[in-house]
Design a protein around this ligand. Structure first.
Ligand code: ADP
Length: 457
């Protein structure tokens, strides 16, 4: 402001002096007026430059420095604009962060305007509904999601509950189920949230199947038992008949016991801490126990038959043993024995069962049980380790199976970082192999000489 007054006074003084010098008092008056007009026009011109700059709003556009009132105004506006730009940049960055976070959300998110046009959606929503955000931006949602259930849901006012739809990539073999819900916000805008609930529905179905299976497995022997009890209570039976009924009752009780035992084993496996990686179990001990149990079972099952299983087990080199597995001995024993007992139970008496333990190049090892039993149709293989899943229900029952054996095997192996592989050809036999990683096994040196041990009747 001071600069402005100084310039004005200087221009007046100069005008007066030049006017006086040129034509005395009149000259001074005209000189002063001319100087005032020049100052005014110069000021107007500077003001016009500033106004032009305001209109462009471009920080860099103002050419050269300017002093005085206009100069200071420019500096202040420029500083304000710079702060504003920084704030906007910061806000943009935060908004981008928010959108990036929404982009990786496992749930689908679609932002709709008040008319139902898609303004934005994340990748998950694109997968769920088959949207292409570049192509479908500002398209009406109702035109793109055409499931009749959704159309009804979208048209109604109440969106407090979700609607269940098929995902766009759903096929009969791999169904995809979505839970979709609309939320209103702002001035009539909507957020559509979609969740993939396929796994949740499958778990629910598995849980109710499991409860139904357990009830069935327990109820059947219970019904038979109570039938026998009633018979014993109401009928006069000979000693022979009574003994036969009691033996059948004992069988049913054993069956129930096995089912409960299997379920308890599974729940213990689920609830207990993972097996240690530093407790080493000699493979020789596990194999020996498998051989003892397998031969005893074979003996029991084939006692009335003319031929018996031929069973082959690996024998350790006398001094070194067969190596060791890190883990829980009881769990490993139950898993490996289960594979052997299945082979014995499902292989006809004339068949053979070969158990093998071999080292792999990567340092891991495989325990395998090969039989010449009936084999398994490939369509059953993916479900074989499900609880209570049986291919041959009657053979399973006859031989004391519960349908829980392979579920236990799979669980135990998982807990030991191992995997179960099943290779089977219907009519030719099956091979069940437990693959242990190098981190879980250690070699003793060389071992494994095969010895044939046909089971005597
Ligand atoms: P189960 O107690 O009925 O034997 P498992 O879980 O051990 O139950 O096995 C599931 C099903 O897999 C069995 O019912 C049987 O049909 C099939 N299975 C298992 N092992 C063999 C095998 N070695 N040979 C043929 N089928 C087998």
């Amino acid at each position: 402001m001071v600069w402005r007054i100084v310039v004005f006074l200087w221009s007046q003084a100069l005008g007066l002096f030049l006017g006086w010098w040129y034509a005395d008092a009149w000259g001074a008056a005209i000189g002063g007026a001319l100087a005032g007009w020049c100052w005014f026009i110069g000021d107007l011109w500077r003001g016009a430059r500033v106004l032009r700059w305001f209109r462009t709003g471009d920080l860099e556009a103002f050419p050269g420095p300017m002093r005085g009132l206009w100069g200071e105004s420019i500096d202040r506006v420029r500083r304000l604009l710079r702060d504003l730009h920084l704030q906007i940049k910061e806000r943009d960055r935060r908004l981008e962060d928010v959108f990036a976070a929404l982009q990786v959300s496992p749930n689908g998110l679609v932002l709709l305007d008040a008319e139902g046009h898609i303004e934005w959606c994340n990748r998950t929503a694109c997968n769920h509904f088959g949207f292409d955000i570049e192509r479908d931006r500002m398209q009406l949602l109702g035109n793109l999601v055409r499931d009749p259930e959704f159309t009804v849901y979208y048209a109604q006012r109440d969106h407090t509950k979700d609607v269940l739809l098929q995902g766009r990539s759903s096929t009969p073999a791999r169904p995809v189920r979505l839970s979709v819900q609309l939320y209103t916000y702002g001035e009539g805008r909507k957020l559509m949230l979609s969740r993939d609930i396929t796994a949740l529905e499958q778990t629910d179905a598995m849980r109710s199947d499991f409860v139904a299976n357990v009830s069935h497995e327990i109820r059947t022997p219970l019904t038979v038992l109570s039938g026998f009890v009633e018979t014993l209570q109401t009928l006069r039976l000979s000693d022979e008949e009574r003994a036969r009924y009691l033996s059948l009752m004992a069988q049913q009780a054993t069956r129930m016991q096995s089912v409960v035992q299997g379920l308890l084993t599974l729940s213990r496996l689920e609830g207990s801490p993972l097996p240690s990686k530093s407790d080493w179990v000699p493979i020789q001990v596990l194999v020996q126990q498998c051989a003892d149990e397998g031969q005893a079972l074979s003996h029991l099952l084939t006692r009335n038959q003319p031929r018996h299983h031929t069973m082959v087990f690996p024998l350790p080199a006398p001094a070194q043993g067969m190596g060791e597995i890190a883990g829980a001995q009881t769990e490993l024993q139950s898993a490996l024995s289960n594979l052997v007992s299945n082979a014995v139970r499902y292989t006809p008496a004339s068949g053979s069962i070969e158990v093998d333990w071999r080292w792999l190049d990567d340092g891991g090892a495989v325990f395998s049980v090969r039989d010449t039993g009936p084999g398994i149709d490939p369509k059953h293989l993916p479900r074989l380790t499900e609880r209570f899943y049986r291919v041959d229900r009657s053979r399973s029952r006859e031989t004391g199976g519960t349908g829980l054996g392979l579920a236990i095997v799979k669980h135990v192996l998982q807990r030991h970082d191992a995997t179960l592989e099943i290779d089977s050809t219907p009519g030719r036999g099956s091979t069940f192999s437990a693959h242990f990683p190098a981190s879980r096994v250690r070699k003793p040196g060389t071992s494994t000489v095969l010895a044939q041990t046909p089971v005597a009747a």
